[in-house]
Design a protein around this ligand. Structure first.
Ligand code: HMG
Ligand code: MG
Length: 287
């Protein structure tokens, strides 16, 4: 098994979407530029979603136009539908991410449609992405617990993951959206998904509400996963998932992986500069 682990930085998207204050576009660009120098190969930069639903990321096109792109980095964005995908491709996104839920309650609250409807909305997204040679990542949210429906059956996660994989997503990120997964429930869920999708096509996306994210990463590593999402400074949450606090902090993840002998390619000193940028961001008075 490879000793390299890919750390997928989602802070500029999963973190900033949940900030109560609107962060100036220039600050977002500065954050992404600092992250680009820290050794990441994948940075989720923003979302092309409805600005009425997520006003925090209404400047997605400006952010994509303003960042200094590094050749080694893929700048990914979230897209819920064809409109988002077209805007994202026009903005030069290197990768799209579609997002479905394993629970009906969260699907309705987050994207205003059923799981089945969301999957059919993704078909045209996959088609335009394929035409533009842009790879697509698929998220499954609420892989352990849904804030509206409660405990989620691992078989529901497996089925949605399989649908996204069959549609052509190159990787499926398993999202513990509200950080309520435990090492035991996350193990059961991943073991179920592994019956349909190989470990090298899966990623762990664990929020840290219950302080279990790092232990959940250990379980996933043990099951063969080698890609993990995290957010600089532990930023994060989802405006439509009450209780979804920060993502796993990137520094905490990288330090654990390095201590365990995994190669991440991340420069912790460069990452600290990005963390300092967030501290400055948060001290900006609300607009
Ligand atoms: P809707 O209101 O049902 O959609 O929202 P609609 O088609 O009726 O459109 C409403 C308005 O939005 C229209 O504008 C559309 O043009 C516009 P109006 O005519 O009223 O002025 N619109 C758009 N504008 C820009 N970009 C678009 C877009 N689409 C429509 N792409 C919709 C449905 C899906 C659009 C909405 O519910 C939405 O945007 N939801 C996104 C919510 C979101 O971003 N949640 C956070 C991300 S998910 C997450 O954090 C979990 C994750 O991290 C994994 C995990 O942790 O588990 C990924
Ligand atoms: Mg998330």
């Amino acid at each position: 098994m490879s000793d390299a682990v890919r750390v997928y930085e989602v802070g500029p998207r999963d973190g900033l979407q949940n900030e109560t204050q609107i962060i100036p576009t220039a600050r977002k660009i500065e954050l992404i530029d600092l992250l680009s120098r820290a050794g990441f190969r994948k940075i989720e930069a923003t979302s092309f979603v409805s600005p009425r639903w997520v006003p925090q990321l209404a400047d997605a096109a400006e952010v994509m136009a303003g960042i200094q792109r590094h050749d080694a980095v893929d700048y990914a964005v979230l897209t819920p539908n064809l409109k988002g995908a077209e805007l994202a491709i026009a903005a030069g996104a290197d990768e799209l991410a579609i997002f479905a839920s394993a629970s009906e309650g969260f699907s309705q609250k987050n994207i205003n449609c059923s799981i089945a409807e969301s999957l059919s909305r993704f078909e045209p997204v996959m088609a335009v992405a394929e035409k533009a040679f842009v790879p697509v990542r698929g998220y499954v949210s609420c892989v352990a617990v849904c804030p509206y429906d409660g405990a989620v059956d691992p078989r529901a996660v497996r089925d949605v993951a399989r649908r996204l994989f069959d549609m052509g997503c190159y990787e499926i990120a398993l999202g513990d959206t509200i950080g309520a997964g435990t090492p035991e429930s996350i193990r059961r869920m991943i073991e179920e998904v592994l019956t349909e999708i190989p470990a090298e096509r899966l990623a762990g996306h664990f929020h840290d509400t219950g302080d279990t994210a790092i232990d959940n990463v250990r379980v996933a590593l043990d099951l063969g996963l080698r890609t993990f999402d995290s957010a600089v400074g532990g930023l994060g949450g989802c405006p439509y998932a009450p209780g979804a606090k920060g993502n796993l902090s990137t520094a905490v993840l990288v330090e654990m992986l390095q201590a365990e002998g995994f190669d991440t390619g991340i420069d912790l000193q460069a990452l600290a500069l990005a963390e300092a940028c967030i501290a400055a961001m948060k001290s900006v008075p609300p607009t």
